[in-house]
Ligand binder design. Structure first.
Ligand SMILES: Cc1cc2nc3c(=O)[nH]c(=O)nc-3n(C[C@H](O)[C@H](O)[C@H](O)COP(=O)(O)O)c2cc1C
Length: 185
């Protein structure tokens, strides 16, 4: 590939499943602390993501949003209740009105040992940093899957183009979620 056309593909439309994206540039999820204190969408967070979409990125993935309120070590935007749907809808529109696609990242911090008040749990007694953690039950796994699904439905109702499931190894449980979600369809 010559120097002149090395970014040719980058600016061509791309596709994820049935979703077309105007180019191949993706803004990855990054926690901002720009949500309102109660986890709802306000002017600050809309302005921030809107500006990124206006900059030309093809897909914006918004920051990790915990499926359990009060279980994050920062101030996240939330989709844990239907009351958040109107604000989330405004957030999706703030991104989409500039021609970008909007995806919403969901996470579960149940396994995180970053907040001492949260009991760390996981698929085995060995935690991600060598600590001992409680092993979750099958019923708890079913509950967690249900919470992910409920939050994803709210995000869909709000008009987002997609959902990303956070699967980082330091949460140790993430890959299990993804596999289970695939099985349950
Ligand atoms: C301030 C900050 C916040 C971040 N928040 C998230 C997040 O909420 N979810 C996530 O999956 N990754 C998060 N990340 C990781 C970025 O998405 C990651 O750095 C990005 O995928 C770029 O990868 P690279 O550094 O390998 O290019 C964060 C990174 C930074 C610097």
């Amino acid at each position: 590939m010559s120097k002149d056309n090395r970014f040719e593909k980058l600016f061509e439309p791309g596709r994820i499943g049935q979703m077309t994206i105007r180019n191949r540039i993706v803004m990855p999820p990054m926690q901002t602390n720009f949500a309102a204190k109660d986890g709802s969408v306000g002017e600050e967070i809309k302005g921030y993501y809107g500006a990124r979409a206006r900059g030309g990125v093809g897909l914006v993935i918004t920051e990790a949003s915990p499926i359990m309120p009060g279980n994050a070590y920062y101030r996240p935007v939330l989709a844990t209740d239907d009351k958040f749907i109107p604000g989330l809808s405004q957030l999706a529109k703030a991104i989409q009105k500039h021609g970008a696609r909007a995806a919403y990242q969901l996470v579960d911090y149940r396994t995180s040992n970053m907040r001492p008040e949260c009991e760390p749990v996981g698929p085995s007694p060995a935690g991600p940093r060598g600590e001992v953690q409680r092993v979750v039950t099958e019923d708890e796994i079913a509950d967690i899957i249900a919470e992910f699904a409920k939050a994803a439905l709210r995000v869909k109702k709000a008009g987002f183009d997609g959902v990303e499931i956070h699967g980082a190894p330091w949460l140790s449980f993430g890959p299990v979620y993804v596999a289970r979600l695939e099985q349950t369809d």
